[in-house]
Design a protein around this ligand. Structure first.
Ligand SMILES: NC(=O)c1ccc[n+]([C@@H]2O[C@H](COP(=O)([O-])OP(=O)(O)OC[C@H]3O[C@@H](n4cnc5c(N)ncnc54)[C@H](OP(=O)(O)O)[C@@H]3O)[C@@H](O)[C@H]2O)c1
Length: 293
């Protein structure tokens, strides 16, 4: 399969390109401000696909929109710039992709939901409670109406097993290493998912030519404090876990109290299996032991 990953320099895009190449696909990855030798510069807001790449390449290809402003508070703080990228430029990219003969793929988020249910299926109504969720919901709706044969996937929080990357576990490890308490959002339940699993689930969906909306998230769910406790059990010499409300943490925008996604539709279609968080943390710890910070 030919795959263009727009935003391959990011956390999810970086793992997607690695796994897609390992699975033998012909992949082009883009970056905007990063400077990797294996990626092509492409600014989604300023540039168009057909003017930047060979138009003929897109026939029967897949274009995955991975580029976004995914920092929740930044979307509230700068709604115009974030909307320009997360909604307007992303919609234009995916329309361009379809017109060039490619399959458009959009990565959305569990934050399209309000977080009052215990777990969400694909058919649940979108009720975002923050600017980031509103932007993701707007793009989803546009795609449903204008590109119904596109693939839309929703992730919950992705985490990694590599200490050298920026994610929840490397942040917690940094605090633990400095003997600082782990600060967690109180009473927030989520489905932390190994980023490689999220990337593999998306690629399996592309390989099987799935269309429509699919959830790709670990079936395990935790409160932040439960996951922090599991994490600390792998490191010994524990530090305190301090739970604070969103107001106490000073967030600009709300986080849904529950962002758990039911991925049974994807698992039935692809036989996708997710990695348990215990195993992810064990791998993380093994990597830290091999290369201490
Ligand atoms: N990470 C999660 O837990 C999570 C959860 C749910 C959904 N998602 C969704 O998954 C997707 C990927 O997230 P991520 O965590 O990988 O984000 P990320 O690490 O912040 O990466 C963002 C990517 O977007 C690129 N980018 C930013 N502005 C751009 C522009 N104007 N033109 C072209 N590229 C631009 C960045 O390129 P440079 O760095 O080169 O500038 C980078 O490759 C996003 O749609 C996000 O909403 C992520």
């Amino acid at each position: 399969m030919k795959i263009l990953i727009v935003g391959a320099s990011g956390f999810v895009g970086g793992h997607l390109i690695e796994i897609a190449r390992a699975r033998g696909h012909e992949v082009i990855g883009t970056q905007r401000s990063a400077q990797r030798n294996d990626l092509v510069h492409f600014d989604l807001v300023e540039q168009r696909l057909g003017e930047t790449f060979d138009r003929g390449w897109f026939q029967s290809a897949v274009v995955i929109a991975c580029a976004a402003i995914q920092q929740i508070d930044q979307c509230r703080q700068d709604p115009i710039a974030s909307r320009r990228l997360n909604v307007e430029a992303t919609e234009r990219l995916l329309v361009d992709a379809a017109e060039l003969g490619a399959q458009p793929v959009f990565i959305s988020s569990s934050f399209v939901f309000s977080g009052t249910d215990a777990s969400y299926r694909e058919s649940a109504p979108r009720r975002p409670i923050n600017a980031y969720g509103e932007q993701k919901a707007a793009t989803e709706q546009f795609l449903e109406e204008n590109l119904p044969n596109s693939l839309r996937v929703r992730f919950d929080k992705t985490v990694g097993d590599r200490p050298t990357e920026k994610h929840l576990f490397s942040e917690w490890y940094g605090w633990w290493h400095k003997r600082q308490p782990l600060r967690c959002i109180a009473d927030q339940r989520f489905a932390p998912t190994l980023v490689d699993d999220a990337a593999l689930g998306l690629l399996l969906a592309c390989e099987q030519q799935l269309v429509g909306t699919y959830h790709i998230a670990n079936p395990e769910s935790f409160t932040r404090a439960e996951l922090a406790d599991l994490f600390l059990r792998h490191f010994g010499d524990p530090v305190p876990i301090i739970c604070k409300t969103q107001a106490e943490l000073g967030f600009l925008d709300l986080r849904p109290p529950c962002s758990v996604l039911d991925s049974s539709k994807l698992c039935a279609a692809t036989e996708m299996k997710f990695t348990a968080m215990r195993e992810t943390i064990e791998r993380f710890r093994a990597a830290v032991e091999k290369h201490p910070l």
